[in-house]
Design a protein around this ligand. Structure first.
Ligand code: SIN
Ligand code: MN
Length: 266
């Protein structure tokens, strides 16, 4: 699947593209089960909220088969390669839980702000592409984007080590207000299986989830191979050091796993 000229223009102007229902309900169900399997593991890659429920699982593509395949899925890899104009490698892979009642905030930030400061990634030639594994609604802690904020380059940020269990370079409220006065603030919502790609410079956040519904989203952070990180300050499973170009699998690469899950349920 190639992005059309109109989609590329929209991405350039707004910093993100949303594709509701890009993955089937069956594919989303398979991946949601995979997320639950991963969260049940006692591994260092699974980070927990202060309450103890899972917050995020890093590098699940290295220890879970459905996520291994998703990490090379053409619906995710191809549009990013197209926009970044070349081969990409996996800089980060995370399955964010945002669990019912307990899912905590992600403060206002730019992903590239962290990748530059912590990992010495040379340029913002990297981006996120995400798949919703639950329905994402206004109620269960959707992502909030400031459209057009990616045009500002890397903005000022401070290293927040205390608000949540995950350290992040975050923006102060005055700067967020100034950017949102110009670009507004949107929350892409849609059914499980929806796909979202967004610039690594786009300013974003998500509120806590006090609803009774989970909001699981899996993110591939893909980087152009020439733009690999230069500093290895963070764990290998947070900021990967394997810069091998990803070879996309076939579009039906999840089908046999979906069939096996359905057969097991009968
Ligand atoms: C992120 O910004 O990296 C994660 C936000 C979320 O999953 O809500
Ligand atoms: Mn982020």
């Amino acid at each position: 699947m190639r992005l059309s000229d109109a989609e590329q223009k929209q991405f350039d102007e707004e910093g993100y593209l949303f594709f509701p229902g890009r993955f089937s309900p069956e594919e989303a169900r398979l991946l949601k089960q995979a997320a639950d399997d991963v969260y049940a593991m006692d591994r260092e890659e699974v980070w927990r909220e202060k309450s103890g429920v899972a917050r995020t699982a890093f590098a699940a593509h290295t220890y879970n088969e459905p996520f291994r395949r998703l990490g090379s899925h053409p619906r995710l890899v191809d549009p990013v390669s197209q926009v970044l104009e070349g081969d990409v490698y996996m800089h980060q892979f995370k399955v964010n839980a945002k669990a019912a009642f307990d899912g905590d905030v992600w403060q206002w930030h730019q992903d590239y702000g962290t990748w530059k400061r912590d990992d010495e990634m040379p340029e913002p030639r990297a981006m996120n592409i995400a798949v919703f594994l639950d329905d994402v609604t206004a109620a269960n802690g959707p992502l909030l984007f400031i459209p057009g904020s990616h045009k500002q380059g890397v903005v000022e940020a401070g290293h927040d080590l205390s608000t949540t269990s995950y350290p992040l370079w975050t923006l102060d409220n005055a700067l967020v207000k100034q950017l949102a006065d110009r670009g507004g603030c949107v929350a892409p919502t849609g059914p499980a299986g929806s796909m979202l790609m967004f610039s690594s410079l786009l300013v974003h956040a998500s509120p806590a989830n006090i609803s009774p519904f989970d909001r699981t989203i899996v993110y591939l952070s893909l980087c152009h191979v020439d733009n690999h990180i230069r500093a290895f300050n963070r764990a290998e499973w947070i900021a990967h050091r394997d810069f091998t170009p990803i070879t996309a699998l076939d579009d039906d690469c999840l089908d046999e796993l979906v069939a096996a899950q359905l057969a097991a349920a009968e």
